[in-house]
Design a protein around this ligand. Structure first.
Ligand code: CP3
Length: 344
């Protein structure tokens, strides 16, 4: 297969670019006034997600404003539990809520993917494809089963994912059943996004960091490997980025054992260590501290330069180590892009 002319897609295919392509996790969101205006008009975040025309518009906002190399589908990882039949809502100023919480067999048995539940997302994808600039790579995504399960089990974000970790020890059979249901839905969901037109996908495993190495093998590496094998069987040309946030010293095992085409690295990882510890030639994505982006100035320039220097000898996608925060100045995003692109 000849490499894509799109810099981000080519990088994910293993072709190092003279200037690393850039996109930012959560690049469509509250730090943008045009996002806040559209969310207010639609009446809230979930209303936005369920409206394909608005979601397509939000996906394109950071592309228009900054010329990012990647557009990430605007949706949320929690639409998978919603499709499985759990009620999802957002408590203003707090975050997601899911009901019923899955702590016992009875709550689990009802969870089956409703046909067509994710159709609005595929419609968003088709609308974005029709409007995307030719050099921009379109990324789909899903949460990894472990991270999605932590929300399904606690009914909300939780400290140290304690409820999910306790359940995994107390009843590993129930846990495996839950993970399997999420996994099956996630495979269908990602294949649906691919059929609708995304060119690469990212698996967000935001809470993989709280697991012990043995539990990490069981609940992060194994399901991720099964998802990637299923995707590769149907869509071998589509690169998969795995982002096991907080994995730290478990990153090399994750990179070797899951079959990911690229690995996302969070801001707590030393990029020089990541470069020597990850398989040679494997594309990496990351890993600027979102708070260095907020700080701006010399701090930001130096942090960008350190990351660029660490990854000069492998395919590198410049990104943050986690999502952009809502109080990030837009001028600092412009500074970051100029620095990566060698314009300042
Ligand atoms: O990256 C993007 O621009 C694409 C869209 C995207 C969103 N969420 C939109 C969103 C993506 C890729 C996600 C992933 C996601 N969602 C994760 C994994 C990455 C991470 O951040 O760790 C997780 C854990 C979620 C679940 C979720 N969604 C939480 C915990 C929250 C509340 C916290 C918060 O930041 O408000 C959300 C809401 C959410 N998802 C917002 C956005 C833009 C903010 C909603 C708003 O406009 O008020």
């Amino acid at each position: 297969m000849s490499p894509s002319p799109k810099p981000l897609l080519a990088t994910l295919q293993g072709q190092k670019q003279p200037i690393p392509p850039v996109w930012l996790m959560r690049q469509a969101g509250r730090y943008l006034p045009e996002y806040r205006a559209l969310r207010a008009e639609k009446g809230g975040f979930l209303a936005l997600v369920n409206d394909s025309e608005a979601s397509a518009e939000v996906t394109l906002q950071p592309i228009r404003r900054f010329g990012m190399d990647g557009a990430i589908l605007f949706s949320d990882i929690l639409v998978v539990p919603m499709a499985l039949g759990q009620d999802l809502w957002f408590e203003t100023g707090e975050g997601p809520r899911l009901a019923p919480v899955v702590q016992a067999r009875a709550a689990l048995e009802g969870l089956e993917a409703a046909p067509g539940a994710l159709e609005p997302v595929y419609e968003t994808v088709r609308r974005v494809v029709a409007a995307l600039p030719s050099g921009t790579t379109f990324l789909g995504f899903a949460g990894s089963p472990w991270t999605v399960a932590t929300y399904m089990i606690a009914g909300q974000g939780s400290r140290e994912q304690s409820e999910a970790r306790r359940l995994a020890y107390r009843d590993p059979v129930l846990m495996r059943d839950l993970i399997d249901r999420i996994e099956t839905c996630t495979i269908d969901y990602l294949l649906g996004q691919i059929a609708a037109g995304v060119e690469a996908v990212q698996l967000f495993d935001s809470w993989s960091g709280s697991l012990s190495p043995v539990q990490f093998e069981q609940w992060v590496i194994a399901p991720t490997a099964r998802i990637i094998a299923a995707l590769k069987a149907k869509a071998p040309q589509v690169p998969v980025i795995g982002f096991p946030k907080g994995a730290g010293g478990k990153l090399p095992a994750y990179a070797r054992e899951t079959g990911v085409d690229a690995v996302g690295v969070d801001e707590t990882v030393d990029p020089a260590w990541a470069h020597v510890s990850l398989p040679a030639g494997l594309p990496v994505q990351g890993n600027l501290d979102p708070l260095a982006l907020i700080a701006g100035g010399v701090v930001l320039d130096e942090a960008v330069d350190r990351i660029l220097a660490a990854f000069t000898d492998r395919p590198h996608v410049f990104n943050l180590g986690h999502g952009i925060q809502q109080d990030t100045p837009i001028a600092h995003v412009e500074q970051l892009l100029a620095r990566v692109r060698g314009e300042r």
